[in-house]
Design a protein around this ligand. Sequence first.
Ligand SMILES: [Zn+2]
Ligand SMILES: [Zn+2]
Length: 334
Amino acid sequence: MKCIICGEKDSVERGLCEDCLFKSVSITFDASEDIVICPKCGGIKIGKRWHYRNKEHEMQKRIESKVNLRGIDGKTASVSFSDFDMATDDRIEFEAEIESSSGLKHTFPGEVHLKKLLNSCPECNKKTGSYYEAIVQIRSSFGEYDSSIDEVVSEAIAIENNLEKEHSNSFISKIEKKPEGIDIYLGRKTDAAQITKAITDRRPSSLIVTKSLAGRREGEDFNRYTYGIRILGLTEGSVISMKDGTYIVRAIHKENTRLLNTETGKEKIVKSETLFRNDYRVVERKIRKRKFIVVSRNGEEVEVMDPENFVVSTVRGKFSGNEIELYSYEGRLY
Ligand SMILES: [Zn+2]
Ligand SMILES: [Zn+2]
């Protein structure tokens, strides 16, 4: 049977001769390829991933996966590339070998145009500390730097270390200590949101998020976010003087804070948010609990001995164990 198009050669597939079968074939690459190149290290970003080694090979894999075939019921058998250099070339030429459904092969040329954008990569950003998407500002309710902030900063760094294992663009650009607190600059905005949530969920705090336009990046508006966290400057063991007496801060929770009156030894529970009003005086930043040895028990009281000076005192309350931890303040135990 002759070819149904040219009528000259013998048909080999779908009534067509080999020449006519491949005449209508074209190979396409869907759209030109946007490539981000880091001007500092030459790393390239293909799709969402940065590559620092085997860049040409990574690019070839990308092209192979996006080559399309038109005009024939067949497949791309292989793609071979002319030599190219990602740093200098804007065009990549290749040849695709097409295989028809009956196994006939022909080779077709193709090319991809690269649209190159320059942008510093996460690795270089990390090294220079210049890039960040968000700042987590940690401030104390007393308006100046105090040690309660350190604990929160350690927590934030621990969370970020875990996020860095999961996301290549997660990093801390820099940490800045200021008279009023600490600023943590982060490479990834969502990290800031996650860190902020963990910190504010766990303790009395307030949060204000602000956004500012920082320029344009990869053709889009680039905003920076500031997560302003204010935490309670008090810690467990702080001693404060209020209108109705002096108190040791026994336990701080998100909603409520338990205070211990140093005169009466009685407990008072206040809403944690009211402590942000600062209508009290801090007598001691933090007193530490010490270990005492239980000598005897008697109903609601225990007799304890101070292992430092062997002085025995009586403490009200129910305690278990042979050793108990107590606050010692102005000669009294709590
Ligand atoms: Zn023909
Ligand atoms: Zn780089």
